[in-house]
Write a protein that binds this ligand. Structure first.
Ligand code: GRG
Length: 288
């Protein structure tokens, strides 16, 4: 497997779907703000996870792409809202001014709202026979029991005493939940068994935990040019992070532990899981 070529091909297909995803009938400047947030240069990791999880079990199917695009819409909305002055108050995202800096706060809130709803519209228009089940899984992980709940814990406990269980719950919600949504939805669309769904979920949980710990470490050690966002903010704002709770050395070991868990969880998929396995290994060594 040539991982880079496969990833580039998959990203290009996602990029093409995203370019035509925001209807030109949406009023301005909302339309431009939504497009700005959705098309800014990201890794497209969640759409890729969804497509590659699906393709492990079933032949590629164009009716799956709307779900991949929806994952990126939900992710983009969460970044727009996370960057708002009422939340993280950030000015730089994906190497560009944040949506509220470019379009104003009110329009950024609406762009996030618009993207979240467009995600659901897009999934329900897909005509895939398993659309409802996949959309339900994605809604559950993206909502108050998942990503939104994780963000709540982040905000409610910033500056409060450290509690490892709480940080783990917060990071599982904020980061791993969307990875679980992507992998499980891809598998559901492919007709996975309960056992396969559980294996995919465990993979995505491991990947998400490792990904967030690496994110915390990058926030301490990287720079704005590499990250495309403002570094050092966690420390400055007394955020709950894993390195702060356990120390940097242990945090690096824990990232490796979760990566190993992710790779092991893929065993039931055998050879077909090569791409997802490699994605986890690369996420551990990522620099942005
Ligand atoms: C506002 C409901 C709501 C949720 C916000 C996304 C989020 C939750 C907060 C952003 C800050 C953060 C550290 C989130 C954890 C997930 C994460 C590491 C996001 C960045 O994902 P990448 O690296 O970004 O995949 P790109 O830009 O490549 O898509």
């Amino acid at each position: 497997m040539n991982y880079e070529a496969e990833a580039a091909e998959c990203q290009a297909r996602v990029e093409e779907a995203l370019r035509s995803a925001v209807p030109d009938t949406i009023p301005e400047p909302l339309q431009s703000a939504m497009r700005y947030a959705l098309l800014s240069p990201g890794k497209r990791l969640r759409p890729m996870l969804l497509l590659k999880a699906h393709d492990m079990l079933a032949p590629a199917d164009e009716r799956v792409m709307p779900f991949a695009a929806a994952m990126e819409m939900i992710h983009a909305y969460s970044l727009v809202h996370d960057d708002l002055p009422a939340m993280d108050n950030d000015v730089l995202r994906r190497g560009q001014p944040t949506c509220h800096v470019a379009y104003g706060e009110a329009m950024a809130i609406l762009a996030g709202d618009g993207l979240l709803n467009l995600a659901h519209e897009t999934m329900l228009e897909s005509r895939h026979p398993r659309a409802l089940e996949a959309a339900h899984t994605i809604s559950r992980y993206a909502g108050a029991h998942g990503m939104v709940g994780g963000q709540c814990l982040d905000i409610a406990f910033t500056g409060k005493p450290m509690d490892r269980d709480l940080i783990e719950r917060m990071q599982t919600g904020k980061t791993a939940a969307l990875f679980q949504a992507a992998v499980e939805a891809g598998l559901i669309l492919a007709g996975a068994s309960e056992e396969q769904l559980q294996a995919g979920s465990a993979y995505a949980l491991g990947l998400g935990r490792a990904f967030q710990i690496i994110d915390d470490l990058l926030d301490l050690h990287s720079d704005a040019a590499a990250l495309g966002k403002t570094p050092g903010k966690d420390l400055a704002e007394d955020k709950l992070t894993w390195p702060k709770a356990v120390g940097e050395e242990q945090a690096a070991k824990d990232a490796k532990y979760w990566t190993d868990q992710a790779a092991e969880a893929l065993a039931p998929f055998g050879e077909k899981a090569g791409f997802l396995r490699e994605t986890a290994l690369r996420a551990l060594h990522r620099i942005h």
